[in-house]
Design a protein around this ligand. Sequence first.
Ligand SMILES: [Zn+2]
Length: 289
Amino acid sequence: MALLILFFYGLSVYSAYFIYHDAAARENSATLETLKTSSIYQEEATVPKVIEELDNNHANIVEQRKEESQELKSKQEEIETIVGKQSQKIAYLTFDDGPSDITPRVLDILKHYQIPATFFVIGRQVENHVETTKRIVAEGHALGNHTYSHQYRQIYSSVEAFMQDLQKAENLLDKIVQQRPSIIRAPGGTQGNFSPALVKRLLESGYIIHDWNIDARDTSAPLVSAAYIEKQVLEQAKNKDSIIVLFHDGPGKVTLPQALPAIIEGLIQEGYTFQIIDDTTKPVVLMRY
Ligand SMILES: [Zn+2]
């Protein structure tokens, strides 16, 4: 019995110790919980978090502003492009005296840049370069009539002589490419070659006479350098909105294809777009009549 009493006593002391210890532990944990929920503890814990969040926000805002300004910039460029197109600078590239062995190289360059041009062809050259003539048309370029013979003494001997020579070339073009171009260019230009009587006759017959306002001066010597041609065109193009450029793609004009890419790139940079001469193009005529 005494043993039993001793056992229960011991058990109660032991339990009391555990109960006490457990209570103390619970109290500590509760204090910690209180501390954790206290504002100071929370503030201290959240400060680095808040700073991190602020940093992130700031970075986001900076990124957003960057995107917005990029967007504005591209909108601005879009507007400038539209405005630029409305006040268009137009370049009409024209090639006289072909087709020749030079012409396919010119066509390759125009194809590369996707640029249309106008070829004032000579009938005699057309006869010898039928496929090239067809290629000019097939690739979307315009044909103009530059007479059949290009022989000054013959064509400028009388109004009738000119008309016959012109119509010989016209018939040939009709046969080869089914076109009778109304746009014509005088061999050597109108100035000093065309008489008022010839102009009158041509206009009455429905032809449209085109000279140029930029001369590549590629016939100022049998062969001029590519750099010279490039300089002539780009310098004369300054401050002009509409340019009709005179080139020659006749036999042996090997420096023309050499000069052409830089000229096209220079004109593009100056804001020019390229068009063919058609019946609606305002002509440049250098002679006074
Ligand atoms: Zn010519």
